[in-house]
Design a protein around this ligand. Structure first.
Ligand code: HEM
Length: 146
């Protein structure tokens, strides 16, 4: 039962995470006003909280769910998934810093800055499918090493 609850929670948190990055990417257009910047900063806060929930649900699955830590510690796709998740986390730092900067600035963000942040979000979105592929492979026992 715990396995099922954690799996459901994990999937929901993951969907929310993808949805938020997509929403930020969609909302980021040249000519952003103050309201739009405030909305982006709020979305980004939820993104940070949800990323933490993904980690908690993911690690809970690793430790408490059906297969156990021993299964995953010897799986290359598990480590590849974690590394990809970490890279996505790092890519999300510049957008967060930009939203905070924009919120505290008196002028609207300039279009070049907006484009740069969009680029980071684009990279994050591009890495998401890798996470899904690694997850499916590790769940099926591919990539096991001694
Ligand atoms: C945004 C990040 C993540 C995405 C998109 C993601 C996606 C998925 C998906 C789609 C599955 C189901 C695989 C299947 O049954 O075919 C899964 C399972 C799982 N994920 Fe994640 N995950 C993410 C982050 C994490 C993290 C950070 C951890 C661990 C720290 C983790 C640990 C697990 C575990 C243990 C399973 C169960 C695999 C099994 O059935 O053996 N995930 N994940």
């Amino acid at each position: 039962m715990l396995d099922l609850v954690l799996a459901i929670a994990h999937h929901i948190f993951v969907f929310v995470l993808f949805g938020i990055v997509f929403a930020e990417f969609f909302a980021l257009r040249p000519g952003l006003g103050r309201d739009a910047v405030a909305r982006l900063a709020r979305l980004d806060l939820v993104y940070g909280i949800d990323a933490g929930l993904v980690l908690i649900a993911g690690f809970s699955r690793v430790v408490f769910a059906a297969k156990g830590w021993h299964y995953y510690e010897h799986n290359a796709f598990f480590w590849a998934k974690l590394a990809t998740f970490a890279v996505i986390g790092m890519l999300s730092v510049p957008p967060t810093l930009a939203y905070l900067r924009w919120q505290n600035a008196s002028a609207a963000p300039d279009d070049r800055d907006v484009k740069t942040v969009r680029f980071y979000l684009h990279l994050e979105l591009a890495l998401f499918p890798l996470l899904l592929a690694f997850a499916a492979a590790m769940a099926r026992g591919y990539g096991e090493f001694a």
